[in-house]
Design a protein. Structure first.
Length: 145
């Protein structure tokens, strides 16, 4: 392995959400570790407009037209709870607080907690336990409260 190969490897890893990486080729062993920004999720704002009355509006919980999509910050396996057979971190209808753990994405044997960046109510969960998720894939829809 030449030095230019090492630099290409580092550059490729910098463009991902990988926090730890280890490789051994012959006698050369490389271990990289980096700190990722505390922002664990990418959030997209959008407004919902409809002339029809939705089921959401008829519920007893107040309905807001301000919704956000919480997206996967990395690719990996979606876990709704911290271990099998445990209660999920969140369910549809739950009120969540800022920095609350919403799920875990397992990537390269690392468990990455995905946290909320705002207070709101879970209105939709787009993925199921064990699903493979891609970078920027919608995970949750939340309604700001």
């Amino acid at each position: 392995m030449e030095i230019k190969d090492i630099f290409q490897l580092i550059k490729a890893i910098e463009q991902t959400q990988i926090t730890e990486f280890s490789i051994q080729i012959g006698e050369v062993k490389i271990y990289l570790k980096r700190k990722i920004d505390d922002t664990k999720s990418k959030v997209e704002d959008f407004s919902f407009q409809s002339d029809e009355k939705s089921v959401e509006e008829e519920s007893t919980i107040p309905f807001s037209k301000n919704k956000k999509i919480i997206r996967a910050p990395m690719l990996g396996i979606f876990h709704a709870s911290s271990f099998p057979d445990a209660e999920p971190f969140v369910k549809v209808g739950d009120i969540i607080e800022k920095s609350q753990v919403l799920c875990i994405i397992e990537s390269m044997k690392m468990m990455n907690e995905i946290r909320s960046d705002s207070r709101g109510r879970i209105t939709k969960i787009f993925v199921r336990e064990g699903d493979s998720v891609e970078f920027d894939q919608p995970l949750f829809e939340i309604e700001e409260v």
